[in-house]
Design a protein around this ligand. Sequence first.
Ligand code: ZN
Length: 235
Amino acid sequence: MTRRQFHAEDVPTSSDCASPRTSRPPVQELGPGSASIAASILDVQCLAGNRAVSSLYAAREADNQAAWLLEAAENGFEATPGGVDSLDLRPKAKAIASELRQTYPAIVFTSGKRSEVEGQARAMAGNVVSNRAWIAETYSDKSLSGQLQDWVDKNPTATTKNAIAVGLAGVMATWSEEQKGKLSAHFTGEAFDIQPQTEDADAIKSRAASLATAAGGKFLEKEGGLVRWHLQVRE
Ligand SMILES: [Zn+2]
């Protein structure tokens, strides 16, 4: 069976939320591991609520959204009142996350501090599957991201998320903590991601941007052409 990209229509319906996982319909015609991927996405659907998820799938970049939901599932963050603590952020970023959560309780955080290169590599690989120039288009530190983009360019046969993640993790494993922190503020707990949503979207985005700017940081709603709400503030 050949593996293909995960599509929005592969995602199980959220009416399955109430039933135990064992009773969910099997996901067919997908590669190895795809049933557990679908189950993870369903978990995110159940956490995030149908409305937000349905509107995501209505978006044109449905494949990107599926990859994004998968990243959220892998990071394991939950839509709970204590969610900000689980992000493991430095004080400035944490204060902003807390304020946003207080003002907009429906906010779902999908990523905070990433201590392992594997987590960062998986998150990046999901984007590279959609766009092989994503790293070069996204990261400002060209010497480090250049090493990663180089690996992608020199390994055209690595097209699955797993194969790309292993390659990128191998490159990052040779870096110092300082270098990792330079590549991504997620490594130092100085960045977090918010699930893009339709309700109050403009208000949330403008509040996030003004809080970030006031603290000397920045807010991005697109990275490398993918919808992704990322806020970072260095200490
Ligand atoms: Zn981010």
